[in-house]
Ligand binder design. Structure first.
Ligand code: NAD
Ligand code: WQD
Length: 340
């Protein structure tokens, strides 16, 4: 059985990916420092799959701890590297925390693959590397733009660290997946997103408003160049995103890569406005959302969505869940959390 280390495997996307990996026959080892997650997600993974993955509570930016982990495990074939801090606004106030945590973790993972004979890396990158693109939809060859935040810069530089390392090290392969906007939760409602405090992201804010935890959703900007004036993003289901990681890993294991380093956009391939999200949520759940349209959020881009042709052609990946299903699973997860 292939042994895969999943960093940040207790987190939102990581936990869903661990489920898909286990269901695809991989042996999973998780490392997480629980800086933005809870050990409960490991219980959720076990409840869904019947398998409790081995867990190391450790910090990926700590090289000594990572050496201990790799040497204890012995035969880690590949790493799926989710562990990172991800709050864009916080990264502006605490840039050193973001650069230290995210970049040192990525450097350590590449170093460990090299030292311990691991071969494969799947990296959590982001559509943030495109900034506001000049042409839509964005393909993988759309130029990256200077990052608009220290967080965004850790994704851009993270990609470069990985690409430079595999270029210098012929036996290692890497794929960066540039995620657009993953939403929703596992259909079992046993794992999902767990924002600490006030959510930054749209869908958790909507579900918390629906649950009565937040009084009102503020929609940031009603004067964008879009059909209803609100900003456009490419929202898609987190379980679909999780499947993309398994396909990326299998592509490398099966020797199908074109070169040592590849990049794929992962999104639904269509743009949705904030108001469309709110209206769709109301329709599928039957719960009204109290909202107001306010000024634009600093640093927000107007619109972005993916061209996913490459992922379809090369990974054999496309979304399976609809927007309606994605929003319903997000709501079911919130209801389970809040016992509604
Ligand atoms: P998350 O915060 O739920 O998961 C990240 C996990 O990593 C958490 O469990 C956290 O405790 C852990 N972690 C952080 N730093 C660590 C460290 N130094 N050592 C060990 N564990 C550490 O976030 P997520 O939404 O699941 O995001 C996963 C990855 O995907 C991140 O790299 C993020 O930047 C990237 N990403 C997320 C989105 C999104 O919309 N959620 C979009 C694009 C990219
Ligand atoms: C979506 C839309 C908001 C909250 C962020 C990161 C990006 C990537 C994904 C990791 C925007 C609007 C939101 C609210 C609102 N993460 N909104 N009211 O901005 O696409 O991207 O997460 O790499 O790097 O920047 O996602 O969910 O924050 O916002 O009106 O309370 O919803 O203005 O138009 P975003 P988001």
């Amino acid at each position: 059985m292939h042994k895969i280390l999943v960093t940040g495997g207790a987190g939102y996307i990581g936990s869903h990916t661990v489920v898909e990996l286990i269901n695809s026959g991989f042996e999973v080892v998780i490392v997480d420092n629980f800086s933005n997650s809870s050990p409960n997600s490991i219980d959720g993974i076990e409840a869904i799959t019947g398998v409790r993955p081995k867990l190391y509570e450790a910090d990926c930016s700590d090289a000594t701890a990572m050496e201990r982990l790799f040497s204890a495990e012995g035969n880690i074939l590949g790493v799926i590297h989710f562990a990172a801090l991800k709050a864009v606004g916080e990264s502006v106030d605490k840039p050193l925390d973001y650069y230290r945590n995210n970049l040192l973790s990525t450097i350590n993972m590449m170093q460990m693959l090299k030292e311990f004979g691991g071969k494969y890396m799947v990296f959590s990158s982001s559509c943030t590397v495109y900034g506001q693109p000049d042409v839509l939809p964005v393909t993988e060859s759309t130029p990256r733009k200077p990052a608009m935040s220290p967080y965004g810069n850790t994704k851009r530089v993270g990609e470069d660290i990985i690409q430079d390392t595999v270029n210098s090290e012929k036996g290692i392969y890497a794929i960066s997946l540039r995620y657009f906007n993953p939403i929703g939760a596992h259909p079992s409602a046993l794992i999902g997103e767990l924002p600490l405090g006030k959510p930054d992201n749209l869908v958790p804010f909507i579900t918390q408003t629906a649950a009565g935890i937040r009084e009102k959703l503020q929609i940031f900007g009603g004067d964008y160049d879009s059909p209803d004036g609100t900003a456009i993003r490419d929202y898609f289901h987190v379980v679909d995103l999780a499947r993309a990681h398994v396909l990326a890993l299998k592509r490398m294991i099966d020797g199908k890569c074109k070169g040592n380093y590849e990049v794929f956009n992962v999104g639904a391939g269509r743009g949705i406005t904030v108001l469309e999200i709110v209206k769709t949520f109301e329709r599928v759940t039957g719960v009204k959302i109290n909202y107001e349209i306010v000024g634009r959020r600093a640093g927000d881009i107007e619109k972005v969505w993916a061209d996913t042709t490459l992922a379809e052609k090369e990974l054999g990946w496309s979304t399976e869940s609809t927007l309606e299903e994605s929003l319903l699973t997000a709501w079911n997860w919130e209801r389970r959390l809040r016992k509604i």
